[in-house]
Design a protein around this ligand. Structure first.
Ligand code: NAD
Length: 273
Protein backbone atom coordinates (compact mmCIF):
# COMPACT_ATOMS: atom_id res chain seq x y z
CA UNK A 1 0.00 0.00 0.00
CA UNK A 2 1.45 3.41 -0.91
CA UNK A 3 1.79 6.09 1.76
CA UNK A 4 -0.76 8.90 1.62
CA UNK A 5 0.54 11.85 -0.43
CA UNK A 6 1.81 14.77 1.68
CA UNK A 7 -0.55 17.73 1.34
CA UNK A 8 1.03 20.66 -0.54
CA UNK A 9 2.83 23.26 1.56
CA UNK A 10 0.76 26.41 2.07
CA UNK A 11 2.88 29.36 0.96
CA UNK A 12 2.07 33.06 1.47
CA UNK A 13 3.59 35.78 -0.73
CA UNK A 14 4.26 39.33 0.50
CA UNK A 15 4.75 41.93 -2.23
CA UNK A 16 2.41 39.84 -4.39
CA UNK A 17 1.55 42.76 -6.69
CA UNK A 18 5.23 43.46 -7.42
CA UNK A 19 7.42 42.15 -10.24
CA UNK A 20 8.89 39.31 -8.18
CA UNK A 21 5.65 38.73 -6.26
CA UNK A 22 3.70 38.01 -9.45
CA UNK A 23 6.46 35.72 -10.62
CA UNK A 24 6.34 33.89 -7.27
CA UNK A 25 2.58 33.38 -7.63
CA UNK A 26 3.19 31.81 -11.08
CA UNK A 27 6.10 29.72 -9.79
CA UNK A 28 4.09 28.34 -6.85
CA UNK A 29 1.38 27.33 -9.35
CA UNK A 30 3.97 25.36 -11.35
CA UNK A 31 5.66 23.68 -8.37
CA UNK A 32 4.62 20.22 -7.16
CA UNK A 33 4.04 20.17 -3.43
CA UNK A 34 3.32 23.91 -3.18
CA UNK A 35 0.08 25.85 -3.08
CA UNK A 36 -0.61 29.58 -2.72
CA UNK A 37 -2.23 30.18 0.68
CA UNK A 38 -2.42 34.00 0.71
CA UNK A 39 -1.07 37.01 -1.14
CA UNK A 40 -0.33 40.37 0.47
CA UNK A 41 0.77 43.84 -0.49
CA UNK A 42 0.99 47.23 1.20
CA UNK A 43 -2.01 49.20 2.47
CA UNK A 44 -3.36 51.49 -0.24
CA UNK A 45 -1.94 49.52 -3.18
CA UNK A 46 -4.21 49.67 -6.23
CA UNK A 47 -4.15 45.86 -6.56
CA UNK A 48 -5.72 45.18 -3.11
CA UNK A 49 -8.82 43.01 -3.53
CA UNK A 50 -7.76 41.77 -6.97
CA UNK A 51 -7.31 38.05 -7.54
CA UNK A 52 -3.61 37.14 -7.14
CA UNK A 53 -3.79 34.57 -9.96
CA UNK A 54 -5.42 36.96 -12.42
CA UNK A 55 -2.95 39.71 -11.58
CA UNK A 56 -0.09 37.29 -12.30
CA UNK A 57 -1.62 36.34 -15.66
CA UNK A 58 -3.01 32.98 -14.50
CA UNK A 59 -6.58 31.76 -14.05
CA UNK A 60 -8.59 32.97 -11.05
CA UNK A 61 -7.22 31.37 -7.88
CA UNK A 62 -9.82 32.71 -5.45
CA UNK A 63 -7.13 34.45 -3.40
CA UNK A 64 -7.57 38.22 -3.14
CA UNK A 65 -4.54 40.43 -2.51
CA UNK A 66 -4.80 41.65 1.06
CA UNK A 67 -3.10 44.11 3.38
CA UNK A 68 -4.06 41.96 6.40
CA UNK A 69 -0.60 40.57 7.13
CA UNK A 70 -1.70 38.80 10.34
CA UNK A 71 -4.30 36.79 8.40
CA UNK A 72 -1.69 36.01 5.74
CA UNK A 73 0.74 34.60 8.32
CA UNK A 74 -2.06 32.63 9.97
CA UNK A 75 -3.01 31.01 6.65
CA UNK A 76 0.55 30.07 5.65
CA UNK A 77 3.11 27.47 6.72
CA UNK A 78 5.86 29.59 5.18
CA UNK A 79 5.87 33.12 3.76
CA UNK A 80 8.05 34.50 0.97
CA UNK A 81 8.78 38.23 1.33
CA UNK A 82 10.03 40.33 -1.62
CA UNK A 83 8.96 43.81 -0.50
CA UNK A 84 11.07 46.66 0.92
CA UNK A 85 13.56 46.83 3.83
CA UNK A 86 11.30 48.47 6.47
CA UNK A 87 8.42 46.16 5.58
CA UNK A 88 10.68 43.10 5.75
CA UNK A 89 11.96 44.01 9.23
CA UNK A 90 8.43 44.34 10.61
CA UNK A 91 7.21 41.18 8.84
CA UNK A 92 10.07 39.22 10.42
CA UNK A 93 8.70 40.13 13.87
CA UNK A 94 5.17 39.17 12.79
CA UNK A 95 6.40 35.83 11.38
CA UNK A 96 8.06 35.08 14.74
CA UNK A 97 4.81 35.91 16.57
CA UNK A 98 2.93 33.44 14.39
CA UNK A 99 5.67 30.77 14.32
CA UNK A 100 5.65 30.88 10.50
CA UNK A 101 8.86 30.12 8.57
CA UNK A 102 10.07 32.99 6.40
CA UNK A 103 12.00 33.35 3.13
CA UNK A 104 13.44 36.83 2.58
CA UNK A 105 14.46 38.07 -0.85
CA UNK A 106 14.28 41.82 -0.19
CA UNK A 107 17.62 43.57 -0.70
CA UNK A 108 19.01 46.92 0.44
CA UNK A 109 18.64 45.97 4.13
CA UNK A 110 20.51 48.07 6.68
CA UNK A 111 22.08 46.71 9.91
CA UNK A 112 18.96 47.63 11.94
CA UNK A 113 16.81 45.55 9.56
CA UNK A 114 19.23 42.62 9.91
CA UNK A 115 19.03 42.94 13.70
CA UNK A 116 15.24 42.58 13.55
CA UNK A 117 15.69 39.46 11.40
CA UNK A 118 18.30 38.05 13.82
CA UNK A 119 15.81 38.50 16.66
CA UNK A 120 13.03 36.71 14.75
CA UNK A 121 15.38 33.84 13.86
CA UNK A 122 15.46 32.82 17.54
CA UNK A 123 11.82 31.72 17.10
CA UNK A 124 11.50 30.63 13.44
CA UNK A 125 13.50 29.33 10.48
CA UNK A 126 14.47 32.18 8.14
CA UNK A 127 16.13 31.67 4.76
CA UNK A 128 17.60 34.92 3.46
CA UNK A 129 19.47 35.37 0.20
CA UNK A 130 20.30 38.39 -1.91
CA UNK A 131 20.06 36.03 -4.87
CA UNK A 132 18.17 32.76 -4.96
CA UNK A 133 19.71 31.33 -8.12
CA UNK A 134 21.81 28.16 -7.88
CA UNK A 135 24.41 29.71 -10.21
CA UNK A 136 25.00 32.75 -8.00
CA UNK A 137 25.11 30.59 -4.89
CA UNK A 138 27.93 28.62 -6.54
CA UNK A 139 29.57 31.85 -7.75
CA UNK A 140 29.76 33.04 -4.12
CA UNK A 141 31.37 29.77 -3.04
CA UNK A 142 33.89 29.98 -5.92
CA UNK A 143 34.64 33.64 -5.18
CA UNK A 144 35.50 32.80 -1.58
CA UNK A 145 37.73 29.94 -2.74
CA UNK A 146 39.61 32.00 -5.35
CA UNK A 147 40.02 34.95 -2.95
CA UNK A 148 41.58 32.57 -0.43
CA UNK A 149 43.90 31.03 -3.03
CA UNK A 150 45.25 34.20 -4.68
CA UNK A 151 47.61 36.64 -2.91
CA UNK A 152 46.46 40.15 -1.94
CA UNK A 153 48.38 41.41 -4.97
CA UNK A 154 45.32 40.45 -7.04
CA UNK A 155 42.85 43.34 -6.89
CA UNK A 156 39.21 42.25 -6.57
CA UNK A 157 36.59 44.27 -8.47
CA UNK A 158 32.89 43.41 -8.65
CA UNK A 159 30.83 44.70 -11.57
CA UNK A 160 27.06 44.34 -11.76
CA UNK A 161 24.35 45.42 -14.19
CA UNK A 162 20.59 45.48 -13.60
CA UNK A 163 17.40 46.80 -15.19
CA UNK A 164 16.53 50.47 -14.96
CA UNK A 165 13.90 49.99 -12.20
CA UNK A 166 16.29 48.70 -9.54
CA UNK A 167 16.39 51.11 -6.58
CA UNK A 168 19.49 50.00 -4.62
CA UNK A 169 23.16 49.92 -5.63
CA UNK A 170 25.42 48.04 -5.56
CA UNK A 171 23.05 45.08 -5.79
CA UNK A 172 22.55 42.86 -2.77
CA UNK A 173 24.16 40.07 -4.80
CA UNK A 174 27.25 42.18 -5.52
CA UNK A 175 27.59 42.91 -1.79
CA UNK A 176 27.13 39.22 -0.97
CA UNK A 177 29.88 38.37 -3.48
CA UNK A 178 32.03 41.07 -1.87
CA UNK A 179 31.46 39.49 1.54
CA UNK A 180 32.41 36.08 0.14
CA UNK A 181 35.63 37.57 -1.30
CA UNK A 182 36.39 39.37 1.97
CA UNK A 183 35.80 36.17 3.91
CA UNK A 184 38.24 34.33 1.63
CA UNK A 185 40.83 36.99 2.43
CA UNK A 186 40.06 36.96 6.16
CA UNK A 187 38.71 40.56 6.07
CA UNK A 188 35.36 42.19 6.75
CA UNK A 189 33.74 43.91 3.78
CA UNK A 190 32.53 46.87 5.89
CA UNK A 191 36.07 48.15 6.38
CA UNK A 192 37.46 47.00 3.00
CA UNK A 193 35.14 48.27 0.27
CA UNK A 194 35.35 50.97 -2.41
CA UNK A 195 31.74 51.71 -3.29
CA UNK A 196 32.29 54.11 -6.20
CA UNK A 197 34.92 56.26 -7.93
CA UNK A 198 34.68 59.74 -9.40
CA UNK A 199 37.26 62.44 -10.10
CA UNK A 200 40.87 62.31 -8.93
CA UNK A 201 40.74 59.18 -6.83
CA UNK A 202 44.47 58.53 -6.62
CA UNK A 203 46.01 55.13 -7.28
CA UNK A 204 44.09 52.06 -6.23
CA UNK A 205 45.10 50.96 -2.73
CA UNK A 206 45.89 47.27 -2.30
CA UNK A 207 43.33 45.29 -0.33
CA UNK A 208 39.87 46.85 -0.62
CA UNK A 209 37.23 45.27 -2.83
CA UNK A 210 35.86 47.63 -5.52
CA UNK A 211 32.27 47.85 -6.77
CA UNK A 212 30.79 49.28 -9.96
CA UNK A 213 27.05 49.35 -10.70
CA UNK A 214 25.50 49.76 -14.18
CA UNK A 215 21.77 50.32 -14.75
CA UNK A 216 19.73 50.06 -17.92
CA UNK A 217 17.05 48.32 -19.96
CA UNK A 218 15.60 45.07 -18.69
CA UNK A 219 18.78 43.28 -17.60
CA UNK A 220 17.72 40.62 -15.06
CA UNK A 221 21.11 40.60 -13.30
CA UNK A 222 24.75 40.27 -14.45
CA UNK A 223 27.60 39.90 -11.95
CA UNK A 224 31.33 39.56 -12.55
CA UNK A 225 34.03 39.11 -9.94
CA UNK A 226 37.38 40.15 -11.39
CA UNK A 227 40.71 39.17 -9.86
CA UNK A 228 43.26 41.45 -11.55
CA UNK A 229 46.88 40.55 -10.87
CA UNK A 230 50.23 41.28 -12.45
CA UNK A 231 50.13 39.92 -15.99
CA UNK A 232 46.79 38.12 -15.75
CA UNK A 233 43.13 38.50 -14.90
CA UNK A 234 40.65 35.89 -13.72
CA UNK A 235 36.96 36.70 -14.20
CA UNK A 236 34.02 34.76 -12.81
CA UNK A 237 30.72 35.79 -14.41
CA UNK A 238 27.07 34.93 -13.91
CA UNK A 239 24.22 36.17 -16.09
CA UNK A 240 20.58 35.64 -15.28
CA UNK A 241 18.57 35.65 -18.48
CA UNK A 242 15.27 36.04 -16.62
CA UNK A 243 13.99 36.61 -13.11
CA UNK A 244 12.20 33.26 -12.97
CA UNK A 245 15.36 31.64 -11.68
CA UNK A 246 15.07 33.77 -8.49
CA UNK A 247 11.42 32.82 -8.01
CA UNK A 248 12.19 29.11 -8.53
CA UNK A 249 14.98 29.26 -5.92
CA UNK A 250 12.81 31.15 -3.43
CA UNK A 251 10.00 28.58 -3.73
CA UNK A 252 12.55 25.76 -3.33
CA UNK A 253 13.83 27.53 -0.18
CA UNK A 254 10.26 27.89 1.13
CA UNK A 255 9.54 24.16 0.74
CA UNK A 256 12.88 23.38 2.44
CA UNK A 257 12.21 25.77 5.37
CA UNK A 258 8.95 24.19 6.56
CA UNK A 259 9.65 22.24 9.75
CA UNK A 260 13.29 23.40 10.08
CA UNK A 261 14.44 24.46 13.57
CA UNK A 262 14.67 28.20 14.31
CA UNK A 263 17.75 29.90 12.90
CA UNK A 264 19.14 31.78 9.97
CA UNK A 265 19.83 29.85 6.77
CA UNK A 266 21.15 30.79 3.35
CA UNK A 267 20.85 29.31 -0.13
CA UNK A 268 24.03 27.27 0.35
CA UNK A 269 22.21 25.39 3.13
CA UNK A 270 19.11 24.88 0.95
CA UNK A 271 21.23 23.48 -1.90
CA UNK A 272 23.36 21.43 0.49
CA UNK A 273 26.61 23.12 -0.64
P1 NAD B 1 8.60 45.75 -6.89
O1 NAD B 1 8.68 47.19 -6.51
O2 NAD B 1 8.10 45.40 -8.25
O3 NAD B 1 7.71 44.96 -5.83
C1 NAD B 1 7.73 45.18 -4.44
C2 NAD B 1 6.31 44.98 -3.95
O4 NAD B 1 6.35 45.04 -2.52
C3 NAD B 1 5.35 46.09 -4.44
O5 NAD B 1 4.16 45.52 -4.95
C4 NAD B 1 5.11 46.90 -3.18
O6 NAD B 1 3.83 47.52 -3.15
C5 NAD B 1 5.22 45.80 -2.12
N1 NAD B 1 5.38 46.35 -0.78
C6 NAD B 1 6.09 47.44 -0.38
N2 NAD B 1 5.91 47.65 0.94
C7 NAD B 1 5.09 46.64 1.38
C8 NAD B 1 4.51 46.33 2.64
N3 NAD B 1 4.73 47.05 3.73
N4 NAD B 1 3.72 45.24 2.70
C9 NAD B 1 3.47 44.46 1.62
N5 NAD B 1 3.96 44.73 0.40
C10 NAD B 1 4.76 45.81 0.29
O7 NAD B 1 10.07 45.17 -6.66
P2 NAD B 1 10.69 43.77 -7.16
O8 NAD B 1 11.46 43.99 -8.39
O9 NAD B 1 9.62 42.71 -7.12
O10 NAD B 1 11.76 43.51 -6.01
C11 NAD B 1 11.38 43.42 -4.64
C12 NAD B 1 12.62 43.19 -3.79
O11 NAD B 1 13.20 41.91 -4.10
C13 NAD B 1 13.76 44.22 -4.02
O12 NAD B 1 14.38 44.46 -2.79
C14 NAD B 1 14.69 43.49 -4.98
O13 NAD B 1 16.01 43.96 -4.94
C15 NAD B 1 14.58 42.08 -4.44
N6 NAD B 1 14.98 41.00 -5.36
C16 NAD B 1 15.65 39.96 -4.81
C17 NAD B 1 15.99 38.86 -5.58
C18 NAD B 1 16.65 37.68 -4.91
O14 NAD B 1 16.94 36.66 -5.59
N7 NAD B 1 16.87 37.74 -3.59
C19 NAD B 1 15.66 38.83 -6.95
C20 NAD B 1 14.98 39.93 -7.48
C21 NAD B 1 14.62 40.99 -6.67
Amino acid sequence: MSAAATPPRRIGVLGAAGRMGQMLVRQIGETDGATLAAAGDRAGHAALGRDAGQLAGLETLGIAITDDAAALFKASQVVIDFTSPDATASYAALAAQHGTALVIGTTGLKPEHQTAIDRAAHKIAIVQAANFSAGVTLLAALTEQVARALPALYDIEIVEMHHRHKVDAPSGTALALGSAAAQGRGLTLESHAIRGRDGITGARPMGPIGFAALRGGDVAGDHSVIFAGPGERLELTHKASGRQVFAAGAVQAALWAVGKPPGRYDMRAVLGL
